[in-house]
Write a protein that binds this ligand. Structure first.
Ligand SMILES: Cc1cc2nc3c(=O)[nH]c(=O)nc-3n(C[C@H](O)[C@H](O)[C@H](O)COP(=O)(O)OP(=O)(O)OC[C@H]3O[C@@H](n4cnc5c(N)ncnc54)[C@H](O)[C@@H]3O)c2cc1C
Length: 494
C-alpha cells in the first residue's frame, strides 16, 4: 500500500494500517516528513508552520481518546491555555475572553453581555447538539446521517442570531465575539454550521499548545510506523499515477517507480486527480473536484524575540478592525489586513517571557500572482519588496495593540500564499484546502472511498481540517479498508 504525503492524515493512516499488518510505504515530496506538523528554526528559535494550538486533548475528550490509541498522549508535552480565556477577541472598543469549559465560557462572557445568559446558553447548547450528530466525534459508528441536518446550515446565520446582544460601551455585538476566531475555519460566509460548531466545541472543551512544537507528533508517528515495518521515503514527489490489472504505478519526480494494490492520497484531491489519466477517473468527477473553491490563503510573520521583554501570553489574541469578522478574507489595498491573530510558541511549562511570536492574517493568492512561476528562494527583488511592505503594514496594526512588541523583535521571517503553495502543495497556498459550502454540502465534500477500487483519500479535505478533523478523517479512511466498527473498537479499548 502506498500513501501519498506525510502530513498528519498520511502518517495516521500509515500508523493504523502498518499496525494492522499492511505493508505501508509513504511518499513525501519534501526533505522532511510531517507536512503542517513541521517546525522550523530561525535565530535559535523554533516556529510552528501549521499547528498553533489544538482542542479536545484533555482526558476523556475527543482527540485525547483517539490519540491514546496512537500512543501519542503519554509522549507529548502539553501546555493548557488559560482556562478563563484561551482566545482573546479584540476590537477597537473592547476585548473578550473565550473560556474553556461550557459553563465557564458563559460565565466569562456574561460580565460583558449582562443580558446575554439565554443567548450564551443557547449557543453552547446548540454546538453540543451539532457535535452529538457526528458520532465519530464520540467514537461511535455513524448512523442515519443525522449530520446532514447541519452541513446545509449557515454558520453566519446561526451566529448572527446573537447580534442583538450588545457590549454596550463599545457597541460590539455578541455575534462578532463568537465569530472572532473564525480564522480557524477560514472566515468565509459560506462556512457551514457544523464546521464552526465542531471546531469551537473542541477548543471550549480544552485548548492546548505543544511544548517544544508539534513536530514531535510526526516523529512519534513515524517511529511507530517504522517499528511496524512501514517505510517513509522523503524527496519523492509523486507526479503520475496509473493503474493496470488492479495494480497502481506511481512515478516520482526523481524518476523512481512505486507499485501498490492500494493507494491513499493524503494530498489535495485536485492535485491528486491532475496526476491520473482519464481512463482511471471519470472526467465529470475530476471537473467537480478541480472546480471547487479553496479556502483563502495566509500572510504570516514569524518573529524572534529578545529575551525577557515580551511577557508570554498563555492565550491567542485575535484582533478585528471592524465588527464584521466575516468580511475580511477579501481585504486588499488600504483595507488590508483588517485582522490578525497573534500566537506564541511554548518552550517550557510556566514560561514567563515569549521567545517567539507568530502573526497571521489572510491574503488572497492573486496578490502574489506576478511571482507564481517562481520557486522558494528565487522569487526576485520585487517579491521581497512586496513582502516587506506588507509585513510593515501588518506590524503597524499589531503595534497599535501590542506596543511593547516593537522593541522586543530581534528577527523576522515572512511567508506568503506562495510559501504554503510550495510547502504543502495545496493549490493557491490555501489555509485549509477545499472550502466547504453550506449551499452545496455534498458537492464540497470529498469521500474517503472513491469510485476507483483500491484508491482512497484522507487528510484535511475529507472530513475536516485541523488536528481533530484530520484524525477522525484518517480513521474514517482506514475504516474503509479494515472495517470501521472493528477499528473503532480497537481505538476505544486502547
Ligand atoms: C497557517 C496554518 C495554521 C494552522 N493552524 C492550525 C492550528 O493552530 N490548529 C490546528 O488544529 N490546525 C491548524 N491548521 C490546519 C492543520 O495544520 C491542517 O488541517 C492539517 O495539518 C492538514 O494535514 P494533512 O495531512 O491533511 O495535510 P498536510 O499537512 O498539508 O500534508 C500534506 C503532505 O503531502 C505532501 N505532498 C504534497 N504533494 C505531494 C506529492 N505530489 N507527492 C508527495 N508528497 C506530497 C506535502 O509536502 C505534505 O507533507 C493550520 C493550517 C495552516 C496552513
Amino acid at each position: 500500500m502506498v500513501i501519498i504525503g506525510s502530513g498528519l492524515g498520511g502518517l495516521l493512516c500509515g500508523n493504523i494500517l502498518s499496525r494492522e499488518g499492511f505493508s505501508v510505504c509513504i511518499l513525501e515530496k519534501q526533505s522532511r516528513y510531517g507536512g503542517n506538523l513541521q517546525t522550523f528554526r530561525r535565530g535559535g528559535h523554533t516556529f510552528e508552520t501549521g499547528v498553533h494550538y489544538t482542542g479536545s486533548l484533555g482526558p476523556g475528550q475527543t482527540l485525547h481518546r483517539y490519540w491514546k490509541y496512537f500512543g501519542l498522549m503519554e509522549a507529548l508535552q502539553l501546555q493548557q491555555l488559560d482556562s478563563d480565556g484561551f482566545d482573546i477577541i479584540g476590537f477597537p472598543g473592547g476585548e473578550f475572553p473565550l473560556a474553556q469549559g461550557f459553563d465557564n465560557f458563559i460565565r466569562q462572557l456574561l460580565p460583558f453581555f449582562p443580558g446575554g445568559f439565554d443567548s450564551l446558553t443557547k449557543y453552547t447548547t446548540r454546538i453540543r447538539e451539532v457535535v452529538n450528530a457526528f458520532p465519530l466525534y464520540n467514537l461511535e459508528l455513524p448512523d442515519g446521517h443525522k449530520e446532514h441536518h447541519y452541513t446545509g446550515q449557515s454558520a453566519v446565520e446561526f451566529l448572527n442570531g446573537f447580534s442583538r446582544i450588545m457590549y454596550s460601551s463599545g457597541g460590539i455585538p455578541l455575534s462578532s465575539v463568537l465569530a472572532g476566531n473564525n480564522y480557524l475555519f477560514g472566515g468565509d460566509p459560506v462556512t457551514p454550521l457544523h464546521m464552526t460548531a465542531l471546531i469551537s466545541h473542541s477548543f471550549i472543551s480544552g485548548a492546548f499548545r505543544f511544548i517544544g512544537g508539534s513536530t514531535r507528533i510526526a516523529d512519534l508517528l513515524v517511529q511507530k510506523i517504522q517499528q511496524a515495518g512501514g517505510t517513509i521515503h522523503t524527496r519523492q514527489h509523486v507526479t503520475a499515477i496509473s493503474r493496470s490489472n488492479d495494480i497502481f504505478t506511481l512515478s516520482t519526480a526523481s524518476g523512481e517507480i512505486f507499485m501498490a494494490d492500494r493507494v491513499i492520497s493524503g494530498i489535495h484531491p485536485a492535485a491528486t486527480l491532475s496526476m491520473m489519466p482519464t481512463e482511471i477517473i471519470r472526467p465529470a468527477y475530476e471537473r467537480r473536484i478541480t472546480g471547487l473553491k479553496n479556502t483563502v490563503s495566509s500572510f504570516i510573520l514569524y518573529l524572534s524575540l529578545k529575551p525577557g521583554l515580551f511577557p508570554y501570553p498563555n492565550y491567542n489574541y485575535y484582533f478585528h478592525e471592524t465588527h464584521d469578522p466575516w468580511n475580511e478574507t477579501g481585504f486588499r489595498g488600504e483595507q488590508w489586513p483588517g485582522m490578525f491573530l497573534l500566537t506564541t510558541g511554548c518552550t517550557q511549562p510556566g514560561q514567563e517571557f515569549a521567545e517567539t511570536a507568530t502573526i497571521l492574517t489572510y491574503m488572497q493568492y492573486d496578490e502574489t500572482e506576478p511571482w507564481h512561476h517562481t520557486s522558494s528562494g528565487d522569487r526576485g527583488a520585487a517579491y521581497l519588496d512586496f513582502r516587506q511592505q506588507k509585513a510593515e503594514r501588518l506590524l503597524q496594526l499589531v503595534f497599535r495593540r501590542f506596543t511593547g512588541l516593537k522593541n522586543a523583535i530581534s528577527g523576522m521571517e515572512i511567508s506568503t500564499p506562495l510559501t504554503y503553495r510550495d510547502y504543502t502543495g495545496d493549490p493557491e497556498g490555501s489555509l485549509y484546502g477545499i472550502q466547504k459550502n453550506f449551499h452545496e454540502p455534498m458537492l464540497t465534500s470529498v469521500m474517503p472511498r472513491t469510485k476507483v477500487p483500491g484508491f482512497y483519500f484522507t487528510g484535511q479535505n475529507t472530513n475536516l481540517h485541523g488536528l481533530p478533523g484530520v484524525t477522525i478523517g484518517a480513521v474514517a479512511t482506514c475504516g474503509e479498508i479494515t472495517g470501521l466498527e472493528y477499528l473503532l473498537k480497537k481505538i476505544k479499548n486502547a
